[in-house]
Design a protein. Structure first.
Lengths: 274, 162
């Protein structure tokens, strides 16, 4: 027996190591919505630098779009070249401020309309895998956040906090396969659960076949479950299918929030209970 | 010690670029996974259990920014590394084309291992459709990123003379 083990010791060692890694993964599945010490450490190490780099990205994007627009104007009209050059320098300063002002104004309107206290946060990172959908924001336990809090934007629901560390947090987006939000069709009050499908889409599951759902309907949060306040926009119905023998109909949604262009979000600090 | 520091800086920079810079300019699933390129390089060029531990920790760090399943990428990166260690002795690891092929295969294996582990447990139901749809673009962009990275002389990989 020992001779056999000694002969194949490399394979045994590899097997033991892989088994240990597999057990580690399966044990962590129980706590998948909580950040452990390792995750907290890594996120705390990355968050400050990621915040700085995200700010630089926003500046570069603004400068590039303004520069391309103004180059086209210069070519088309020689007489305005000097004034465009002067306006360019002013736009470079004011353009980004105007866009940021607009986004923050909408966020403030949402904040004042919510009955619960809320906290604004900036998006500083995104999921590095194409088949999971999460973002990183620059607020954490130091700002009073905890796992499970709902996250919204001016256009609607964004997702829910998972993995909160001292200075940053990860948000599970509503388009992720692990996400589930209690929703209802605004017009007919048909209820279901909004589940992520990846690829920027969601589905409204467990909606009975006899419920009235049409393409173009708006889906809002139903308030059931006590996580999201009632009435927040989630998405718009893009496909309804009632075929087959099942008791539920198939409904697909397009989220209201433009997630790839998300820069600021609002975290609702109180969990609403029915 | 200096080699460890250099590697740590490269990994930190790769992670920063992947999480913060690339999402601002490149849409999913066309963002390259730079950590897989590092794991493929480690698997072919570095031996010993230290490199295996490094691959495992790279996976853990990737899991901190990817999905909510800690240990998923750690297991897949470790598997890829151990697989590559098994065959590295028989391969001409200085060849750029071989390194690109390894990165392509590592990306496929990473995707398949994720799929198997998610399906083994009742989590991430429905992820298989997104995962399989995103696998081919991931393979192509990782190969492109690897061709650019391994073109840097510091990696010691050279294009074969025609």
């Amino acid at each position: 027996m020992w001779d056999l083990l000694r002969k194949y010791r490399v394979y045994v060692a590899v097997g033991v190591v892989l088994l240990a890694a597999f057990v580690f993964y399966s044990l962590n599945l129980k706590n998948k919505e909580h950040a452990n010490a390792f995750e907290s450490g890594v996120l705390n190490l990355m968050a400050p630098v990621a915040g700085v780099v995200a700010g630089m990205n926003r500046g570069v994007t603004g400068v590039w779009s303004d520069y391309v627009d103004l180059l086209e104007v210069r070519k088309e009209n020689k007489q305005l070249r000097e004034s465009v050059r002067i306006l360019n320098s002013r736009l470079l300063d004011a353009g980004e401020a105007i866009l940021a002002n607009e986004r923050l104004r909408k966020l403030l309107e949402l904040k004042t309309s919510l009955r619960a206290p809320s906290l604004a946060a900036s998006v500083i990172g995104e999921d590095d895998s194409p088949w999971f959908k999460t973002i990183v924001i620059d607020r954490g336990t130091a700002d009073g956040l905890r796992e499970g809090l709902p996250v919204v934007a001016s256009d609607g629901v964004v997702g829910q906090l998972v993995k909160v560390t001292a200075g940053s947090s990860r948000v599970l987006l509503l388009t992720d396969h692990a996400s589930g939000i209690a929703g209802a069709v605004q017009r007919s009050r048909a209820r279901g659960v909004v589940k992520g499908m990846g690829g920027g889409r969601c589905s409204l599951d467990f909606t009975l076949r006899e419920e009235d759902v049409k393409v173009g309907d708006t889906v809002i949060t139903s308030g059931i479950g006590g996580v999201f306040p009632k009435g927040l926009p989630v998405g718009e119905v893009t496909m309804v299918k009632k075929g087959g023998a099942g008791i539920f109909q198939t409904v697909e949604l397009r989220p209201r929030v433009n997630i790839p262009r998300l820069e600021e979000v609002l975290v609702i600090l109180q969990e609403i209970h029915d | 010690m200096i080699k460890f520091l250099k590697t740590a800086i490269i990994v930190y920079a790769a992670l920063l670029v992947q999480v913060t810079v690339l999402p601002a300019y490149i849409a999913d699933p066309f963002k390259p996974n730079l950590l897989i390129v590092v794991v493929a390089y480690l698997g072919l060029r570095e031996g010993g259990w230290g490199a295996a531990l490094a691959a495992f920790f790279l996976g853990l760090i990737a899991d901190c920014f990817s999905g909510i399943y800690l240990g998923l990428s750690a297991f897949s990166f470790l598997s890829i590394h151990l697989l590559l260690r098994k065959v590295a002795d028989r391969l001409y690891t200085d060849s750029l084309y071989l390194m690109l092929l390894v990165v392509v295969l590592a990306t496929v294996v990473n995707g398949l291992v994720h799929l198997v582990l998610l399906l083994l447990f009742p989590v991430g139901a429905g992820t298989y459709a997104t995962l399989l749809a995103g696998l081919l673009p991931q393979v192509l962009v990782n190969a492109l990123a690897a061709s650019l990275l391994f073109g840097i002389p510091a990696f010691g990989v050279r294009e074969e003379a025609r």
